[in-house]
Design a protein around this ligand. Structure first.
Ligand code: GDD
Ligand code: MG
Length: 359
């Protein structure tokens, strides 16, 4: 039996205001909470039991996912009263695992969309007899990630989380947020206090001579920690650029959920998703964006690469490009918000009040 721990306890600060009422893994991407895609991919790889390591807004996961049976999995929820960090969360969640010493345990960051072959990762873990196997990916700018140089055989040489000094940037290979641990390695993480797997556990294991094996993989990979990448991930899921069994529809240029109303003459493109009960008026154009449940896009509005929160309103002719509109906020007509502009939940912006500005 294959088991996994999913880390879903982070505060999702960089995704605010989307994560004020909803924890990051529960924000909808391509029509369902992002977590549903990760669970579906894990299940497709043969995982039968997933432990969700929750902390921030922990109470919203179980009502949606229940015991997991509707998703073909068994789900267990393990809650941290105080956040224990990534390593502490893994250790704490492991109390709910059945895996015996020597067995592999998959661990996933809860904000990663990837096409990586999980089965191949498990096979490599078995072949190399590693203590931990890490999925690695190459990125243009590695500074926001964990840097993981390896030798020709894939043996991890160092682990440097979010390097600050230029001389620390020795590779473009970064931790992709998916690991296979030997069970007993998890049990050796100190309990009862916060531990960062990236800053403490991995460097400590390396210093102690443990075998950490890195698998560099060129498949689709995106960290959804920022609004622009979240919107991108949703659009890529809708268009089938990365496949997930949890997308409620066939791949295409847009996805309109049941109960949404898109008036004739409105244009949807670029993997846009329109949520249940949302309304897109005639003459509006929505490209590569996420329109959440109950949101309203006014006549002639132009919405590009943006996220419009639950129940929010975008007025006539307003232009959004790379903007985030918080839940239940109201943006009047003839505004223009670009380049990472964020409107806090419940805020009202009068007509023609903003041009080219971040809020
Ligand atoms: N349960 C629990 N408790 N989960 C947590 C906690 C905690 O205290 N802290 C963080 N998490 C979860 C987050 O919800 C997220 O799913 C995951 O752990 C990683 O946290 P992020 O805050 O998203 O970290 P990051 O994106 O800055 O960096 C991590 O991911 C990169 C890849 O995207 C690191 O693992 C980097 O090394 C890695 O390159
Ligand atoms: Mg992240």
């Amino acid at each position: 039996m294959s088991e996994a721990v999913l880390l879903v306890g982070g505060k999702g600060t960089r995704l605010q205001p989307l994560t004020i009422n909803t924890p990051k893994p529960m924000v909808p991407a391509a029509g369902v909470p992002f977590l549903a895609h990760q669970l579906a991919r894990a299940r497709a790889a043969g995982v039968e039991h997933v432990v969700l390591a929750t902390s921030y807004l922990a109470e919203v996961f179980e009502p949606y996912f229940g015991d997991g049976s509707a998703h073909g999995l068994r789900l267990t929820y393990v809650h941290e009263e105080e956040p224990l960090g990534t390593g502490g969360a893994i250790r704490h969640a492991a109390t709910a695992l059945r895996a015996a010493p020597g067995d592999p345990v998959l661990v996933f960051n809860g904000d990663i969309l990837t096409g990586v072959d999980i089965g191949a990762l498990l096979l490599r873990h078995e072949r190399t007899q590693a203590d931990v196997t890490l999925h690695l990916t190459r990125v243009a700018d590695p500074r926001a990630f964990g840097l993981v140089p390896t030798d020709e055989e894939g043996r991890v040489l160092a682990f440097t989380e979010k390097p600050r000094r230029p001389e620390e940037i020795v590779t473009d290979q970064v931790n992709a947020g998916c690991y296979v641990f030997r069970r007993e390695v998890i049990d050796a993480i100190p309990g009862g206090r916060p531990v960062s797997v990236e800053r403490e556990t991995f460097p400590g294991l390396l210093a102690g001579g443990a075998l950490l094996h890195g698998v560099v993989d060129g498949s689709y990979w995106l960290d959804l920690g920022r609004p622009a990448s979240f919107v991108q991930a949703s659009a890529d899921l809708v268009r089938g650029i990365v496949r997930s069994p949890a997308v409620p529809g066939e791949p295409g240029e847009f996805l309109v959920l049941p109960g949404a109303r898109v008036e004739p003459g409105a244009r949807l493109s670029g993997g846009t998703v329109v949520g249940a009960g949302a309304h897109v008026a005639a003459g509006a154009a929505v490209d590569g964006s996420v329109v959440l449940d109950g949101a309203r896009i006014g006549p002639g509005a132009r919405v590009t690469a943006s996220m419009v929160g639950t129940g929010a309103r975008v007025g006539s002719r307003t232009v959004l490009d790379g903007a985030v509109i918080g839940d239940h906020s109201d943006v009047g007509a003839d505004n223009e918000l670009r380049d990472g502009a964020r409107v806090w939940c419940g805020t009202s912006i009068p007509d023609a009040a903003i041009r080219f500005s971040a809020v």
